[in-house]
Design a protein around this ligand. Sequence first.
Ligand code: UD1
Length: 428
Amino acid sequence: MDAIKVEGGAPLHGTIHVEGAKNSALKLMAATIMAPGVYHLTRVPDISDVRIMRKVLETLGASVVYEGAHELRIDTNDVDKWVTPYELVTQMRASISVLGPLLVRFGRAVVAMPGGCNIGARSIDQHLAGLEALGVTTSNKHGDISAKVGDGMVGATVELDFPSVGATENVMMASTVAKGTTRIVNVAREPEIVDLADMLIEMGAHISGAGTPVIEVEGVDPSELHACDHETVGDRIEAGTFIVAGALCADELTVTGFDPDHLGVPLRKMELMGVELERGEDSVTVRRASSLRATDVQTLPYPGFPTDMQAQFMTLESQAQGTSFITENVFENRFMLAAELARMGADIRIEDRHALVSGPTPLTGAPVKSPDLRGGAALVIAGLIADGVTYVSGTRHIKRGYERFVEKLRSVGAKCEHVDIPDPESEE
Ligand code: UD1
């Protein structure tokens, strides 16, 4: 079984360049279904979630070819299917972002219902309610969502109950061809939404307001949409993950290739904790804090504190003086990291949506299991400051969203490597 072996205590020094954002690249890939043509997407991270989205597109009839390490040539001329099977959706929930694009292209779509996942039930009611407001009829049979457009989608005011990232994207993509004007209210404002809107505009869509709470779309005829080339926005969460590592153990670490404004609240929280940061135009330089102060954090939709940085902050807060109160408002079940960090010596109490992290507690190396993508990265960071050796298993979670995570950390001095270890759950 693959694991990451981390020897604690090595200081980090140097520069790490982040890739294009996972949460953007997956949706940009899905959007290529909307209009036939040949697209070139650049700065696409080489991670397993992208490989799953590649399979989704190929299942629908697209040709997806790597031209260089981070450039995808996607030809959607021959896409002729509108069914996305359960095997793929169950591997990656973001597969449902082809729902809106398929409705644009074919007026119908069948997409397997995503089930639960490690971080919660994650319903798609907002996706469906938004599409229904545009005139799409949906039904759920045998575990599949069937969606159909009768005489074409018609623009409407769509009010989301909650600024869901996925629902905002699906409704925004579908509405590009809805007759008249669509106003989508209470939308997600993440930089990845703005990136997707930018690509849709390059494809010929008429969209305004992305990045604000209301998006307006003037529908165009489907024949007006066309292929384009697009570069993926830098990954703010990958950047934030390395900056947290730097705050704990870097002599000096520069993280480049992203917009520091996209990490506004987490960077401010780190400064409140006593971390010194230097912001550049597309980089942040960080040094190990001599002492850290406890700080409360609550996850919220962007521009609030991102839920995708919560686990890394739990590791950081375990080294802060005092008690930090972390409130998770976006997902249920997103504190599974706590039990693993406790194995390494952290003092964490969970009450419903709150975690109380008391510190500073010295960490000691131990075998631990990645509970999910960000939790896995947070455990590797814990290993960097732990006394002794940590083995982080469940590396498939980390590979979903971080390209060459171990290699990048090694390049700045971390002592870590992929190793094969016996599976503790194996019967033999
Ligand atoms: C995206 C990101 C994920 C990030 C999350 C929140 C991708 C591939 N993933 O996930 O990394 O953590 O945004 O920033 O982009 N919900 C409903 N009904 C819906 C939709 C969502 O109840 O129709 C709930 C979910 O169960 C969850 C919360 O809303 O509790 C947030 O979901 P959403 O913003 O949609 O996240 P994703 O798009 O799934």
